[in-house]
Design a protein around this ligand. Structure first.
Ligand SMILES: [Zn+2]
Length: 450
C-alpha cells in the first residue's frame, strides 16, 4: 500500500522554484534577525566586512565564512561574560540545552517556544513520512536530558496525534510491549538489537510483537547492521538524523536518503581540506543555517555552522513519496573517523565488517576497535568482537568475512598489509568488551597512537 500522508503537505510538496523562493525569503529574515539580535553575528558581520542587506539568497551563504563548535565555545562563559550566541532576552527562553561535548565544555543552546514548535514539526514530518499517524503508540528509547532529541519527538507525537511512551531507554520490562502494545519504537540500532535478544530470552518473539516499524537515530550505522535488525524484528527500520543544532532529517517510506526540511534548516556540504563547498553527489561536511520564518523568534541561531558530520546530497529531484525536499545519505561523524596511513577509517567501516551476515550466526554485533602504533612505526587496527554464546564461534570465518568487507574500499591499506599495517582480531565472551564497563554512548573506534 502506498503511503501518501503529509504533516504539512503544501510545504512538503512545494515545487522546487517555490521552495527556493521560500528559502531565500527566510535567509533574508534570518540574516536580519541575526544582525539585530545576536551579539555574536553582529560583530561577525562587522569583522568580516559583510553587509547583512547584501545577503539576498541561499547561494550568498556560500561566500560567508564557516563557523564551528569551537566558535560557540569561545563565545560563551567562561571565555566570554555572556552567551554571545543567545539571540533573545532571558525572559523569552523556554529551555536551555547542552550538547554532550567530547571535546571540553558542552556548547549551550537556548530555545524559545517558537524554536520548539519548529523542531517538533521536523520530527512530525519525519514520523508521518514513515507511516505513523494518529492512534500510533511510540516508545521513545532515546534518552531524555539536556539534548533535545527525545523531548522533541515527544512533542512531535502530540502534533500527529500519537501516544508517546517515554521510557528513555530500551531496558524496560516486557510489560511495556505486552500491556501497551506500542506500534513503533525509537532507539539506536544497538538498543533495538539488545531488546530483541532480551525478548527472545524471555520467551517473546520480536517478530510477533504488535510493532509496525522501528525508527533508529542518534548515531551513524552500517547498512548491514540495519538489515540484521530488520531480520530480527521482521519489520522495516527507518533512519532519522537529528542534533541539538536543529538538523532533523528523516527517511521516508522510499528509504533512499533522508529528507532535509529545507524550509526550516538550510544545508550545504563543505570540504574543509579544500575550504570550499562541494557539488551534489560529493562527500563533505554538513554546514547548516537555521531558517527562521518571517516574524519568528529564535534563542540560538546558526549561520554556516560546520556540524563535523559528513554526508552526500543524494538528489534534489522530487521523491516518489511526493516530497520535494532534498535527500542526503546517512551522515557519519567525523569524530568517529581515524586516519591510518593516509586512509580514513570510520566506525561504520568497522561495523560493516562485523555485521557480515554469516558472522551474525556467532556474534552479538557488539564490537570495539583500537588503533595502535608499534615500536617500528607500524600501525595496528585491533577489532574486538563478542560471541553470542561463550566460547562458541568460528574465528577464521568471521575474520575472513571482516577482511573481505573492510579492504574492498581500502585498497591502500590492503597493500600495506605486508609492510606497515596489521589488522588483528580478538574475540570475547558476551559482556566482556571494554565498552561495557563505560557509561554513556560507547566509543567504538578509539585511537591509542601516542
Ligand atoms: Zn521521500
Amino acid at each position: 500500500m502506498e503511503w501518501n500522508a503529509f504533516f504539512n503537505e503544501p510545504v512538503e510538496r512545494l515545487p522546487r522554484d517555490d521552495l527556493n523562493a521560500l528559502i531565500d525569503e527566510r535567509v533574508r529574515f534570518t540574516i536580519r534577525y541575526a544582525s539585530e539580535n545576536s551579539p555574536f553575528y553582529r560583530s561577525w558581520f562587522r569583522k568580516h566586512g559583510i553587509d547583512p542587506v547584501s545577503i539576498r539568497e541561499h547561494e550568498d551563504l556560500l561566500e560567508l565564512p564557516v563557523i564551528s563548535g569551537r566558535t560557540i565555545r569561545e563565545n560563551q562563559p567562561p571565555v566570554t561574560d555572556d552567551f554571545r550566541f543567545r539571540s533573545v532576552s532571558w525572559n523569552e527562553i523556554f529551555t536551555i540545552h547542552e550538547t554532550s561535548g567530547t571535546s571540553g565544555i558542552p556548547k549551550s543552546f537556548f530555545l524559545t517556544w517558537d524554536d520548539w514548535m519548529r523542531y517538533a514539526e521536523k520530527y512530525a514530518r519525519s514520523f508521518v513520512s514513515q507511516g505513523f499517524s494518529a492512534g500510533d503508540r511510540i516508545v521513545v528509547c532515546s534518552s531524555y536530558g539536556m539534548n533535545v532529541g527525545a523531548n522533541t519527538m515527544t512533542l512531535a507525537g502530540r502534533e500527529i496525534g500519537a501516544t508517546i511512551i517515554p521510557t528513555g531507554n530500551c531496558n524496560f520490562p516486557q510489560r511495556i510491549i505486552t500491556s501497551y502494545r506500542p506500534t513503533g519504537i525509537v532507539g539506536s540500532v544497538f538498543k533495538l538489537l539488545h531488546l530483541a535478544r532480551r525478548m527472545r530470552e524471555e520467551g517473546l518473539r520480536p517478530e510477533d510483537s504488535p510493532l509496525k516499524r522501528l525508527v533508529v537515530g542518534g548515531e551513524s550505522f552500517a547498512d548491514e547492521s540495519r538489515t540484521y535488525l530488520e531480520e530480527l524484528w521482521q519489520r522495516e527500520v527507518f533512519n532519522t538524523y537529528g542534533s541539538t543544532e536543529g538538523t532533523m532529517c528523516g527517511e521516508c517510506i522510499i528509504r533512499k536518503g533522508l529528507h532535509v526540511p529545507e524550509d526550516l534548516v538550510h544545508l550545504d556540504v563543505y570540504d574543509p581540506s579544500l575550504q570550499e563547498f562541494v557539488r551534489d553527489g560529493e562527500c563533505g561536511r554538513i554546514v547548516l543555517t537555521t531558517l527562521i520564518p518571517e516574524g519568528g523568534r529564535s534563542g540560538t541561531l546558526l549561520i554556516n555552522y560546520d556540524t563535523e558530520d559528513t554526508t552526500v546530497v543524494v538528489t534534489r529531484d522530487p521523491c516518489p513519496c511526493g516530497r520535494t525536499h532534498l535527500k542526503i545519505l546517512n551522515p557519519q561523524r567525523e569524530t568517529e573517523t581515524v586516519w591510518i596511513l593516509g586512509t580514513p577509517v570510520n566506525k561504520v567501516d568497522i561495523e560493516r565488517g562485523v555485521f557480515q551476515r554469516e558472522n551474525m550466526e556467532y556474534l552479538t554485533g557488539e564490537y570495539e576497535a583500537f588503533v595502535y602504533r608499534d615500536d617500528e612505526g607500524g600501525e595496528i587496527l585491533r577489532v574486538s568482537m563478542e560471541y553470542a554464546e561463550p566460547g562458541k564461534g568460528d574465528k577464521e570465518l568471521v575474520s575472513e568475512n571482516f577482511r573481505r568487507s573492510f579492504f574492498v574500499n581500502k585498497p591502500a591499506l590492503a597493500r600495506s598489509l605486508t609492510e606497515n599495517f596489521s589488522l588483528i582480531f580478538n574475540f570475547t565472551d558476551p559482556g566482556e568488551l571494554e565498552l561495557h564497563a563505560l557509561k554513556g554512548r560507547p566509543r567504538r573506534l578509539i585511537d591509542r597512537r601516542a
